[in-house]
Structure formats: structure tokens, C-alpha cells
Design a protein around this ligand. Structure first.
Ligand code: PRX
Length: 651
């Protein structure tokens, strides 16, 4: 791999010798204490997953486990079930209706306790309301909401009636939302008047209106009142949640659905400007997320689980909503940012609800490190017993700080590797079994088979680095890219035929531990958020003053990568700080604040190969090698030429 980030990461990791075996006291109480789960899965891979699937309630039991005609998988295909029934009804029926599903904490300090019985009633009312709005099994529903209990209820309501939903992260712009609505051909949009973030109000309804104006399929907009600010209103199309949903019956029959019925679409960035609609289905997905949630987080009845992601990302889908609810777990759900009203908000939440398991991203951990231990020490975190990490590589220093300062040295850490496409955690330690090494996601989950291969697809020997591939199907895997089968086959299955190409670089050490080293394609990871370089480039080029743009991810000590844009202006335009600000905001408008470039470098030209391809590797080296302010002008294009000649870079 000719990737300089990866090479550097490899060097750093090569020196990591520390190891952390599970404490005997942890193992003694763990859901899995020895290698039997791994052995069972190796001996009888389909039998293992069938056993996991049978922990769910099936309306019609499945006979077949897996049908695999690469690259198309069907899991439990002749079985039928309903996801909402598995997440709610069966717990209530078993007399567990009074258990807390969510301790919900609003950013301004308001709180709600939502029991399983409450969530079932809310879900049913919402499902009936959707029926009244004309939504039928198979129709798509778009959801653009803040982190409030109505969000999981809306997702479960769709699942209950078999209407595939697509949740769009509330930080995305109107433009990004409209593209997703259009691709999904959604009939109804569920949103809110606004949401609280960093003490301010996000104008969700206004964004929703702007988005709907550009689309043709939305018949109704269902609006939750959260912030009570004035909102624009379209009579006949817009409906208040508190008027429509609250007057519905709290009972609604769950539809029995084939295991391969589409549960949801989730849009994610690939290497082109157009996001991909990742298709997830019903039976295999719920099997995968509930099994991984149970074993990776060692979940018990008395746990208070907090996955501090946003439901708008796959992490929230799988480990705030479907995994925990399928397991009848009590979760914490928090609406806002970690620094409101002060930088100790997370630790205050953990102390308040006696959180036992925390799951978050390395960017958050590095941010807390930067803020200093003082904020942590103000609170009693002794309820914590297990910590998880997800979304980007975790550097050993952050891992050790997490372990010591947050975990008090007593909590195992599970570094979990997976993707929107994989649906569930695939590479992770089992906390009672696997000795961890800071920075390594360790081994595949039982039943999952991964390899590290070179350009020719040959397995690299221990100690070597290459591309991560998955060697066999898993139940929560994507079933395709919505309406784009060719892209599905090309993106994941053509590089190494028959094997799933993740797009990540990886190293396997002498003991077989896997170390993930970041993306090898044009996808960036900014604070764990996935953004494609081309998406940002096309947003920049849509500005009238921009002729050309090249975007790369620059290494960043806190956010992992930061967006660095090289911009060539159309003739007659001058570079300036004001224009730099204008261009950044233009990207925010096109995609959302998560895609705001940190640095814009104006350059009279972009270095290209003879065939006209922008030489990204060179730009990456420039961006990573030069200390730069927010805006810099690369005045002399010959600088690039010099580097180009020196490195001999070509196609
Ligand atoms: O590069 C890998 C990184 O996140 C990518 C997937 O991003 P997304 O679909 O947004 O899903 C993130 C949450 C599941 C992967 O290709 N990634 C995820 N987890 C890890 C990771 N990189 C290193 N270590 C991880 N634990």
C-alpha cells in the first residue's frame, strides 16, 4: 500500500507491545467466558447463526439458514417475523413492560423515562398515524429528527407496518436531505420543529420544507413539537404529531414480514459525489445486531447501556435502537453535545443514570483528553464496567487514557470495527475472552472470517499490511445499494471477486491481531463521520467562483482527519479570507456542518498526471507536511512541480 498515512500508522503500531488480558473477575461473570463460541461458529457456521436467530420470536420459523450466490445473500429467507414485535411486544408480554427502555436526557436538562410499555404504545400510535396518512407496507418514509424518543418510535412504527424508512442525520443540510428523499422516493417525512444543539436551536422544519420543495414524492410531513419555535406551515400537507399521533389507538397489529423484507435504507458516502442507499433487511439484521450487542458488550439485565452516537448514523441504528431493544436492555439516550452546558456533561449523565457500559468514538475520547482530566474527576464514574470504541482507528494513547481515566483501570475496552454496510460489529474482542492490545480491534466476531490481502488478493504473511476483506457472508450484511446493483457489485465485490472489499487498510501482527489503519480510497473520516472527497469537491465546484477543487483528508490530532481543500478560482477572481469563509459555508449548505473544510488553500493550478488525473497523493503529502493556517495561498505552482519531480509521482 502506497499510502503515507497508513505507513506512518504501521510504524507507530509496530512498537505497541502492551497487552491487557481480561481480569479474572470480569471473565467469571461474562456472557461468554471461553473460546466455545468461536469453536461452535467454526465447526458449524450456519448452525451458529441459526442458534442466534432463534433467540428472536419468529411468526413463521425459518427452515433455510443461508442462500449465498455471491454477491447476493439471503438469510433465514423462508422465515417471517416483525422487528418492532421483537423489540417491544415480546418484552411487554413477558411481564417486562415496566423496564426502562430509555433514560432520555434532553440537552436543556429536561428528562423522560420511557419504559418498554410506553415505547410500545408510542410506536403503535405512530404506526396507526402513518396508516392514516396513507403509508402502506413497502412505502418508504424519510425521518429527519433530533435525538428524542419519538425518533426510535418512528423507526419502530415503520418496521411494524413494513414501511422501509431512511433516517437522515439532523446535521445534514436541506440539499442533502432532498437527495435522499428523492432517491428513496419517500411518501412521508417525519421531522420536528427543531432540535437543541450546543444551546441553540436547529431549524429542522425549515430545512425539511426547503428539501421537500425540491422533491416530488412527499405527500405529508409529520412534525413533532420539540422546541416550540414558530415554524413555516403548509396546510393540508403538514400535520402535528401531537394532534395526529396522540389521538390514535395504542394498539396496532404488527405485520408478519419475510426475513428479507427491507427494514431500512441508510445513505452513506462512497467515492463519488452521490451517496449510496445501503439496504438492510429484517431477520438477518436483527439477528446480527442482537447477538453482537449481547456478546460484545456483555449485556446483562441490570446494565445501563449508553451508545453516545447519533441515531442518524448506523451506530445509532444498530446499538441505540435495534440491538439493545431486541435484548430488552435499558439504554441512555442523550440529545445534545458533550460541552453543554459545560464540558463535563457526559460524566454527569453517567453519574446520574449509573451507566455501566459506554460506547463512543475515538474523536470524542481525544476531545475529552484535550479538555483535561478535571472535568472527569468531578464525577463518580465507578458504575462503568466496560468501554467501547467505534468509527475510526483509536491511537494507543487515547486507548490508554480511556482505560485509565474513564475506566479507572478496571474496564475492558472493546475496539469494534464495522461499517454502515456491515450493519453489525465484525471485528472486536469478546471482553471476557480476548487479551487486548491498545489500538487493535483484535479478531473477527465468531462466525466472521476476515483476511488481509495484497494487491493480487494473496493473503499477506503475519506482520504484513494490505487490504481488509471478508471471506464469507454475515447475517446483517447489506443486501445491495438501492436501485444501483452495478455499483454494489463494483464497489464491494469486483476488486477481489467473491470477497467483500471493505476499503480499509489493515495489518495483521505475528499473533494474528488485526490493526485497522484507515481508508485506502477517497473516503475521509472526519470525527468518525464518513465523507467522500468528491462530495466536498462537487459542493465547492458548484460555487460560481470556483474552477476546480481537490479535497483530501489531512491528519488531525483530535478529529482523526480534517478536510483540506485545494481550490483553483475562475479567472478574474481573487483569493481572500472572506472568500475562504464563503466557500466553507457553501459546502455547509450543500452537505452539512460536518463537511465544512478546515483549511482552504488557493492554488493557481492543481498538479495532474498527463492523463489529467489530480495527483491526490501529492496533495496529501503537501497538506500533511506543511504547517498551514486556515487559509493559505499556494502561490507558486512550481512548488508542486518540484515535489512531483522529486517523488517521481505519476499515474
Ligand atoms: O474506516 C473504517 C472506520 O469507519 C469506516 C466505516 O464508516 P461508517 O460506515 O460511517 O461506519 C462507522 C461506524 C460503524 C470503516 O471503513 N472504522 C469503523 N470502526 C473502526 C474503524 N476504523 C478503525 N477502527 C475501528 N474500530
Amino acid at each position: 500500500m502506497a499510502d503515507s498515512n497508513a505507513d506512518r500508522a504501521l510504524e507507530a503500531l509496530a512498537t505497541e507491545e502492551r497487552r491487557f488480558p481480561p481480569a479474572a473477575t470480569f471473565t467469571a461473570q461474562a456472557n461468554t467466558r471461553d473460546r466455545s463460541l468461536y469453536e461452535h461458529a467454526e465447526r458449524d457456521f450456519e448452525g451458529f447463526w441459526a442458534e442466534q436467530a432463534r433467540t428472536l420470536d419468529w411468526r413463521k420459523p425459518f427452515g433455510k439458514v443461508l442462500e449465498w450466490e455471491a454477491p447476493y445473500a439471503k438469510w433465514f429467507a423462508d422465515g417471517e417475523l416483525n422487528v418492532a414485535e421483537n423489540c417491544l411486544d415480546r418484552h411487554v408480554r413477558a411481564g417486562r413492560g415496566a423496564r426502562v427502555a430509555y433514560h432520555w436526557e434532553g440537552e436543556p436538562g429536561d428528562a423522560r423515562t420511557v419504559t418498554y410499555a410506553d415505547l410500545l404504545a408510542l410506536t403503535n400510535r405512530c404506526a396507526n398515524a402513518l396508516g392514516e396518512l396513507g403509508v402502506r407496507t413497502g412505502d418508504r418514509v424519510a425521518i429527519y429528527m433530533p435525538m428524542i424518543p419519538e425518533l426510535p418510535a418512528a423507526m419502530l412504527a415503520c418496521a411494524r407496518i413494513g414501511a422501509p424508512f431512511t433516517v437522515v442525520f439532523a446535521g445534514f443540510s436541506a440539499e442533502a436531505l432532498s437527495g435522499r428523499i428523492e432517491d428513496a422516493e419517500a411518501k412521508v417525512l417525519i421531522t420536528a420543529d427543531g432540535g437543541y444543539r450546543k444551546g441553540g436551536v436547529v431549524p429542522l422544519k425549515k430545512n425539511a420544507d426547503d428539501a421537500v420543495a425540491r422533491t416530488t414524492t412527499i405527500e405529508h410531513v409529520l412534525v413533532v413539537r420539540r422546541t416550540t419555535q414558530e415554524v413555516p406551515w403548509t396546510a393540508g400537507r403538514d400535520v402535528w404529531w401531537h394532534e395526529l399521533v396522540e389521538r390514535q389507538s395504542p394498539e396496532c397489529a404488527a405485520v408478519s414480514l419475510p426475513a428479507e423484507h427491507m427494514l431500512y435504507l441508510l445513505y452513506t458516502s462512497g467515492t463519488t459525489a452521490k451517496p449510496k442507499g445501503i439496504v438492510h433487511t429484517t431477520g438477518g439484521y436483527l439477528t446480527g445486531v442482537s447477538a453482537t450487542h449481547r456478546y460484545v458488550f456483555d449485556i446483562k439485565d441490570d446494565d445501563v447501556f449508553w451508545c453516545a452516537a447519533d441515531i442518524g448514523w448506523v451506530t445509532g441504528h444498530s446499538y441505540i435502537v435495534f440491538g439493545p431493544l431486541a435484548n430488552g436492555t435499558t439504554s441512555v439516550m442523550y440529545e445534545g453535545t458533550p460541552d453543554f452546558p459545560d464540558k463535563d456533561r457526559w460524566w454527569q449523565v453517567i453519574e446520574k443514570y449509573r451507566v455501566t457500559v459506554l460506547y463512543c468514538a475515538p474523536t470524542a475520547i481525544r476531545t475529552f483528553m484535550k479538555w483535561g482530566d478535571g472535568y472527569v474527576r468531578k464525577h463518580d464514574l465507578r458504575s462503568l464496567r466496560l468501554l467501547g470504541s467505534v468509527g475510526e482507528p483509536i491511537n494507543p494513547e487515547a486507548w490508554l487514557w480511556y482505560q485509565e481515566t474513564i475506566g479507572g483501570g478496571r474496564c475492558p475496552i472493546v475496539d469494534t470495527w464495522w461499517m454502515t454496510e456491515t450493519g453489525m460489529i465484525l471485528i472486536t474482542p469478546l471482553p471476557g475472552v480476548v487479551t487486548t492490545k491498545p489500538g487493535s480491534a483484535t479478531f473477527p466476531f465468531p462466525g466472521v472470517k476476515a483476511d488481509v490481502v495484497d494487491d493480487a488478493g494473496r493473503s499477506v504473511p503475519p506482520g504484513g499490511a494490505g487490504y481488509l476483506v471478508l471471506e464469507r457472508p454475515w447475517p446483517a450484511m447489506l443486501r445491495g445499494i438501492y436501485k444501483d446493483d452495478r455499483r454494489y457489485r463494483e464497489t464491494y465485490w469486483s476488486r477481489f471477486p467473491g470477497r467483500y472489499f471493505a476499503g480499509d487498510g489493515a495489518k495483521r501482527d505475528a499473533e494474528g491481531y488485526l490493526w485497522l489503519m484507515g481508508r485506502v480510497d477517497d473516503v475521509m473520516k472526519i470525527s468518525g463521520h464518513r465523507i467522500s472527497t468528491t462530495e466536498v469537491e462537487s459542493a465547492l465546484v458548484s460555487h460560481p467562483k470556483v474552477a476546480e477543487a481537490a479535497v483530501i483528508g489531512r491528519e488531525d490530532p483530535v478529529t482523526g482527519q480534517a478536510i483540506f481543500a485545494f481550490v483553483t478560482l475562475r479567472s478574474g477572481n481573487e483569493s481572500s479570507d472572506a472568500l475562504s469563509v464563503e466557500l466553507r459555508e457553501h459546502v455547509v449548505k450543500g452537505i452539512g456542518a460536518i463537511a465544512r473544510p478546515k483549511t482552504i488553500m488557493f492554488s493557481p493550478d492543481l498538479p495532474k498526471t498527463r492523463s489529467g488525473k489530480i495527483m491526490r497523493r501529492l496533495l496529501r503529502d503537501i497538506a500533511n507536511g506543511v504547517p498551514l493556517g486556515d487559509t493559505t495561498t499556494l502561490a507558486d505552482a512550481s512548488v508542486v512541480e518540484t515535489i512531483r519531480t522529486a517523488t517521481g509521482a505519476e499515474d
